[in-house]
Design a protein around this ligand. Structure first.
Ligand SMILES: [Zn+2]
Length: 255
């Protein structure tokens, strides 16, 4: 048994805005082992507003996947002009240069591909993730997309971003060695930005995993932790769940 999750209370809390930075068509087994068919999954990013600065949780796809003006694109990637994180921020009146922190859940191409749009941010990443991503062991990483010259703050374990409990990062390994999630304390309760430690609601409801994992045992332990947090009242935001995502307001602070 792991100890219950205990985070410090947040004084002011934070506000969240959701963005979709493209969609991916993937075999459903990629998310749910043993299932046939395919799934069209959103690529999600979040603006976290806090009195101490603006932060992004994940940055979506890189522009190499965007459909070009001549109409050509990358098969199974549905990523239009104006859907990159830079454009998404500008559409709600936020200058990408004003972003102070990037929290990358992990460094795969659909979570860190937009880092280059945020020139003045520091990247906050779990140290094992940074090391693994640069090791060359996995082709799902593209260093020139995630390592774009900003300062990199490597953390190990839980990290209280602003020192008041409003944005708590915590390791959620399994999908990758150094995957992390964020608990955001809002005026409407705690929200867990799970990213790829829990892609679909069905993972939690049925304790199921995808057909691939860096470490399946760690993945399941992470799911049990999330399940406990859900039991304690937190709302889980799933990483790539189209049904869940359909109910999340976009481009406006929802919490
Ligand atoms: Zn992903």
């Amino acid at each position: 048994m792991t100890a219950p999750v205990v985070f410090p209370p947040a004084a002011d809390g934070a506000r969240l805005t959701a963005f979709t930075c493209g969609w991916l068509t993937l075999p459903l087994a990629f998310f749910l082992d043993g299932e046939a068919g395919s799934i069209r999954a959103p690529v999600c990013a979040f603006l976290i507003e806090h009195p101490k600065g603006l932060c992004l949780f994940d940055t979506g796809l890189g522009v190499r996947f965007q459909r070009r003006v001549d109409g050509s694109g990358v098969p199974d990637f549905h990523f239009e002009q104006g859907e990159d994180i830079g454009a998404r921020l500008r559409s709600v009146g936020v200058d990408p240069a004003a972003i102070r922190f990037i929290i990358n859940s992990h460094l795969h191409i659909d979570h860190a591909g937009g880092n280059s749009f945020l020139p003045n941010a520091s990247i906050i990443i779990q140290e094992p993730e940074w090391e693994y991503a640069l090791s060359g062991a996995d082709r799902a990483y593209r260093a020139k997309e995630f390592d774009t010259g900003q300062p990199v703050i490597r953390v190990r374990g839980e990290h209280d971003l602003h020192g008041d409990g409003a944005v708590m990062l915590f390791p959620t390994p399994g999908h990758t060695p150094g995957h992390q999630s964020a608990r955001v304390r809002t005026a409407h309760g705690d929200i867990i930005l799970a990213a790829d430690c829990c892609n679909l609601r069905r993972w939690l409801d049925e304790m199921r995993l995808p057909d691939h994992a860096h470490n399946a045992a760690a993945y399941l332990a992470t799911l049990r932790r999330l399940s406990r947090m859900r039991g304690e009242g937190a709302r889980i935001f799933f990483g790539h769940d189209p049904d869940f995502w359909a109910g999340v307001p976009q481009h406006t602070a929802f919490a």
